[in-house]
Design a protein around this ligand. Structure first.
Ligand code: FES
Length: 140
């Protein structure tokens, strides 16, 4: 059962921490250094990476952490500047683009926006995948 949505509203989620508490940008950036990639609960509760850019601001996209091979959550490996799946060794570069199989596809993108109240909003990415120049393979 899917709850009805207003036409054109689309789905979105407020980023939540592991305890299910809503995050704010200020709170998040107070504990996350430039270059950090850390997991929050995003769309449909999926583990989603928020990225802090080198200038200390939040990146405008997030990455769904679910491996496109068989669905393990893929950890960020800072030493290698890649996401490396522990299950069967797939690798994704720092934008989530797949660079080594068996994963067939890049990590799914989401938009990340900061609301007027400072909340972190995660919304579906429906546009061209900037890493591949192709339409999203994921459900938008
Ligand atoms: Fe990630 Fe198989 S589930 S490589």
């Amino acid at each position: 059962f899917m709850p009805p949505k207003k036409a054109g509203q689309g789905q979105s989620a407020l980023a939540r921490d592991a305890d299910g508490l809503e995050l704010t940008k200020d709170k998040y950036l107070a504990t996350h250094k430039p270059g950090s990639r850390d997991l929050v609960q995003g769309l449909n509760g999926d583990a989603t990476y928020l990225i802090v850019k080198e200038n200390g601001e939040l990146e405008s996209y997030g990455l769904n952490a679910v491996c496109t091979h068989l669905g393990c959550v893929v950890p960020w490996n800072a030493a290698n500047n890649k996401y490396i799946c522990p299950c069967h060794g797939s690798q994704y570069d720092n934008t989530g683009k797949v660079v080594r199989g068996p994963a067939p596809l890049s990590l799914a993108l989401t938009h990340v926006n900061v609301g007027e109240d400072g909340s972190i909003e995660i919304t579906p990415w429906k546009e061209t995948d900037f890493r591949t120049g192709q339409k999203p393979w994921w459900k938008t």
